[in-house]
Design a protein around this ligand. Structure first.
Ligand SMILES: *[C@@H]1O[C@H](CO)[C@@H](O)[C@H](O)[C@H]1NC(C)=O
Ligand SMILES: *[C@@H]1O[C@H](CO)[C@@H](O)[C@H](O)[C@H]1NC(C)=O
Ligand SMILES: *[C@@H]1O[C@H](CO)[C@@H](O)[C@H](O)[C@H]1NC(C)=O
Ligand SMILES: *[C@@H]1O[C@H](CO)[C@@H](O)[C@H](O)[C@H]1NC(C)=O
Length: 564
């Protein structure tokens, strides 16, 4: 091959430089969080043009059901029950958008008959460059620790020299109005565990108290998520006069927005599912009808089999919404009793996403972020599901049963130990005590996942480390948990100059012990402890030498023309 005429003769000198490998994780662009509300407004994207729920690439036959085409509008529930799989499980829209809708189809083969499941989810596109706004300015920078010097010694001593100090940064609640806290007033807010008040008394969550029969005396405590099951005796002839079988009984009285207030919150009916005698469930399309139990052909229909309360509250402890979802069913004449199930859950309104704890690596002293598995992979899950890893907070009385609910955030890099004392009397029963202690140790909702980076986003599924739960117990009938040990293993990640802390493994170990029956009148005090240990498992960095750059010279083959 000859060089094109007119081009000067030149060396082609290829110098292979040994470039350092590209950074493994690009730092996220730091959008200026001028105002989180502004950020939210900017964030909203224009509505997509394609409706993915209507897009169906496997729908080939006109007005006929295509086999295994789960998005085919021509298929009926009967057709779906014969499908073996969904040939097109996910339909996504425009791949050039940061956020796109995806229609997910699957088959529930457990159901009888098998049903098609359709979900519309928001997907985050990992393959294009998107700018996300962040809400916690401090987390965008690495903080250098304060080293005591003669100048700042007095100031540090003042801050940390006492018997106790706050480890949290001053600007902890950046987004909340910390300067003007709402009037703390016994009756102007609900606190954890306080019964949710209604016009006449309190919201009841029927539960098996002594026996498995339902007792209506169990108050629902604020922020205490509960699920109960109990048995109610019924007689079909009198079914329309049994209060506990009527929807009205569960939504009749309004909830007080705050205790002793005159402001009411009505309990709305969110949904009604009707269960047939053979267990088939159908969702009623309209939920604003009250269906009262009545006798029909030796059956009692519209009897309440389950109630699911969902309470929405503000960060100042005020209830703003209450909804109930019902399962109604038929009772046959032979049945003398039915099982009812009840559930209550609390959600904070517009919960701000938990502030970041570093960017990307964790900053020592900021909370370890934790959360739950987003429902149905690859759904991003809602970011306000995510919270912090917490441990039991000791109280001045050190009484475990009083300590329920008080939690302290686990701060990255801080080994912590806390505990309380449990007074055991002869009258205490093993099973409820074991459950109470587990609640004391693990808190209301112990997370399933921990964010491996301080800035992990909910939608980055691989950025979340599952918490491994271990149990160390003896062999005996009555075991009560006495300690929870959390070990967080982390490594330094990235360049040597600016290594980033990354959590790689979290284990939570519950140790139980045998509760021996005490002779009556005697009591014993046992300590309950919880602890957090951070372990750096980075391999030490080793010095090494770069290989010398090599020079690779290639000459055009007519280089010596016209001399040769
Ligand atoms: C608490 O709030 C109620 C109602 O808002 C008010 O009447 C009462 O004076 C307040 N009590 C205190 C101690 O602030
Ligand atoms: C509903 O409440 C009203 C008044 O508060 C009461 O008269 C009625 O008996 C209640 N109904 C049921 C089914 O509890
Ligand atoms: C609550 O229910 C009552 C009676 O059904 C109704 O008069 C009232 O307007 C409702 N309040 C709200 C806030 O919806
Ligand atoms: C974390 O470490 C424990 C104990 O070494 C191990 O059993 C567990 O599988 C690890 N978890 C993960 C997610 O690697």
């Amino acid at each position: 091959m000859a060089a094109p005429p007119g081009l000067p003769v030149f060396f082609v000198l290829v110098l292979i430089l040994l470039l350092p490998p590209p950074p493994l994780r690009a730092e996220e662009p730091a959008a200026e969080p001028a105002d989180t509300r502004d950020a939210a407004r900017v964030h909203s994207a224009p509505a997509p043009l394609t409706d993915v729920a209507r897009l169906c690439v496997c729908d080939l036959l006109v007005a006929q059901c295509d086999v295994n085409c789960c998005c085919d509008p021509d298929c009926s529930a009967e057709d779906f029950s014969l499908f073996t799989t969904c040939s097109v499980p996910v339909v996504t829209g425009d791949s050039q958008l940061c956020n796109q809708k995806a229609a997910v189809y699957s088959l529930d083969v457990e159901a009888n008959p098998p049903e098609r499941i359709f979900k519309l989810i928001d997907q985050v596109n990992p393959s294009i460059f998107c700018i996300h706004s962040t809400n916690y300015k401090q987390a965008l920078y690495l903080k250098s620790p304060e080293i005591p010097t003669p100048e700042n010694f007095d100031q540090l001593l003042e801050k940390f020299g006492g018997a106790s100090f706050r480890a949290e940064p001053d600007s902890w609640d950046l987004d909340t109005d910390a300067q003007n806290p709402p009037e703390a007033n016994e009756t102007s807010r609900y606190e954890y565990g306080v019964p949710v008040q209604t016009e006449d008394a309190f919201l009841r969550l029927p539960s098996p108290v002594v026996t498995s029969w339902c007792s209506d005396a169990n108050p629902a405590g604020f922020l205490v998520n509960q699920a109960t099951k109990c048995i109610r005796s019924v007689s079909v002839e009198k079914c329309d006069s049994i209060q506990a079988l009527s929807m009205l009984f569960y939504i009749n009285s309004s909830i007080l927005a705050v205790p002793k207030s005159s402001q009411m919150v009505n309990i709305t009916v969110q949904s009604i599912v009707v269960q047939s005698l053979n267990g088939m469930r159908t969702l009623l399309s309209s939920s604003d009808v009250l269906r009262l139990p009545m006798v029909l052909d030796d059956l009692c229909i519209n009897a309440v089999l389950g109630v699911n309360y969902h309470i929405t509250h503000t960060d100042t402890g005020e209830i703003i919404e209450a909804a109930a979802a019902f399962v109604l069913g038929a009772i046959s004449k032979e049945a003398l009793s039915i099982e009812q199930s009840f559930e209550i859950s609390f959600t904070q309104e517009n919960a701000e996403p938990v502030p970041l704890s570093g960017n990307p690596g964790y900053v020592v002293g900021l909370p370890v972020r934790a959360g739950f598995q987003p429902q149905g992979y690859p759904s991003p899950g809602s970011s306000n599901k995510h919270s912090q890893l917490t441990i039991l907070q000791g109280t001045s009385t050190q009484d475990c049963l009083a300590a329920q609910g008080a939690r302290a955030p686990v701060l990255f890099g801080y080994n912590m130990i806390s505990g309380c004392k449990l007074r055991i009397t002869a009258a205490m029963k093993c099973q409820p005590l074991a459950q109470t202690l587990l609640d004391v140790l693990k808190g209301q909702s112990f997370p399933e996942y921990v964010a491996s980076f301080g800035n992990s986003q909910a939608q980055d599924v691989l950025d979340w480390v599952p918490i491994t739960q271990l149990h160390i117990s003896e062999q005996s009938p009555c075991q009560i948990p006495v300690s929870l040990g959390i070990e967080v293993k982390w490594t330094k990640y990235g360049s040597l100059v600016n290594p980033q802390a990354r959590i790689v493994n979290v284990t939570a170990t519950i140790t139980t012990t045998t509760l021996k029956q005490l002779p009556s009148g005697r009591e014993r005090i046992i300590p309950i402890t919880s602890s957090v240990v951070f372990t750096d498992i980075s391999a030490p960095a080793e010095p090494s030498y770069k290989a010398w750059p090599t020079i690779n010279i290639k000459l055009p083959f007519d280089f010596f023309y016209p001399f040769v």
